[in-house]
Design a protein around this ligand. Structure first.
Ligand code: SF4
Ligand code: SF4
Length: 371
């Protein structure tokens, strides 16, 4: 991790916090901080990604602006997280996509839609987009099965590889060991699934002001579990189509449709809620230069879910062709740019939680052996 003005500022703040320790019950960052006397850049990278941006420490802090110490940990750690996304990006030249990331993701989404519409009109026919298509295999009458599978495998395969390499870089850089402890893994999975660190000191985040609320955690859950259900829907549909020989579209009460429509609804609620919280939230503890990336990813995921629901509602009409092409254009752009969008925060935060669980276990075992 390179030294920057942000690493210097994060180090300054954490050194003050380490002397103060008033916020130690708020989240995992403070107990992890207390295990250190000095903060290397790698420690800062780990602590920045461990922070869930609940903002509790900002409103609790007696040294927050206008105090001369000007402690604003949520903002500084968020800015540092943004720098870690650049640091660990693979391939390295693609790290430039994190600059003006809101514009990059918005253009990628628009281009994804335009290219899918144009290619469909060119490879099939413009009429294929505006004619009604019904019955099993009707999606393939608009976009060929080979093209759909080829683009999906290429974008998803590349993105999963890029995300995995980024996660390994983060893990090595921040001192994660080569041995995976099962108990630490269980703890980290529980922390990820419950988003425990969005709970602040038990009463939630400070979204708009000093009042606590669980609403940000709920919206995150709706988005996370909605996305998971959509992935489950795609997996079941792939098994139906390519193993059992039952091509889409499926009935309203089939497993892929029930999973996908419920997941899509969850994603729409989660993304819209998080978007709204960003608009109405206090701007002081937020990293303004990262807001574009936040808004763009939320909008992209909302559109992916909303066009999926519209496709389900209008699949028996002449609107189906255009809706399918628009939906797939958004999905392809989402997966292609996943390693270069704010989506990466989930990967690095999960890795930081695993690193934290391992660290806590090591400290506990050490304390036990000294008794
Ligand atoms: S954020 Fe402020 S109150 Fe909290 S530990 Fe740091 S210096 Fe102390
Ligand atoms: S913003 Fe919340 S999660 Fe981040 S350091 Fe402060 S209390 Fe911890």
């Amino acid at each position: 991790m390179q030294s920057t003005n942000t690493t210097a500022e994060a180090r300054r703040l954490l050194e003050i916090c380490n002397a103060c320790r008033y916020c130690e019950g708020y989240c995992a960052v403070f107990p992890a901080m207390e295990l250190r006397r000095a903060f290397s850049n790698e420690d800062l990278s780990y602590l920045a990604n461990l922070c869930h941006n609940c903002r509790g420490c900002y409103y609790a802090c007696q040294y927050a602006p206008p105090h001369e110490f000007a402690i604003n940990l949520p903002k500084t750690l968020a800015e540092l997280r943004g720098e870690t996304y650049v640091e660990y990006a693979w391939p390295r030249p693609f790290a430039v996509l994190f600059q003006s990331n809101g514009t990059v993701i918005s253009i990628a989404t628009a281009v994804g839609i335009a290219v899918t519409l144009l290619l469909t009109a060119w490879l099939k026919s413009p009429q294929a987009l505006i004619q009604p298509h019904t019955g099993p295999g009707s999606f393939y009458e608009i976009i060929s099965e080979k093209a759909m599978i080829g683009v999906a495998l290429a974008t998803t395969g590349f993105s999963l590889l890029a995300l995995a390499i980024g996660a390994v870089r983060f893990w090595r850089d921040t001192g994660g060991g080569s041995v995976m402890n099962l108990r630490a893994l269980q703890t980290a999975i529980r922390d990820v699934l419950t988003l425990k660190n969005l709970g602040g000191a038990g009463e939630g985040c400070n979204n708009r002001d000093e009042k606590f609320s669980q609403v940000r955690r709920r919206y995150h859950h709706a988005l996370f579990y909605g996305f998971t259900l959509c992935m489950a829907s795609t997996t079941v549909a792939a098994i139906y189509d390519h193993i059992l020989g039952w091509p889409a579209p499926y009935s309203f009460f089939s497993m892929p449709v029930l999973l996908g429509s419920t997941g899509g609804l969850g994603m729409m609620i989660g993304t819209a809620g998080l978007y709204w919280l960003k608009i109405v939230g206090d701007p002081e503890p937020s990293a303004r230069k990262l807001l574009g990336a936040d808004y763009a990813l939320l909008m992209q995921m909302f559109l992916a879910a909303a066009t999926g629901e519209l496709l389900l509602a209008f699949r028996d009409t002449s609107a189906m062709g255009i809706l399918l092409a628009v939906h797939l254009g958004i999905i392809f752009s989402f997966f292609a740019f996943m390693p270069y969008s704010k989506f990466v925060h989930g990967i690095y935060r999960s890795a930081a939680l695993l690193r934290n669980a391992q660290e806590r276990l090591t400290v506990k075992n050490l304390a036990g052996s000294l008794e």
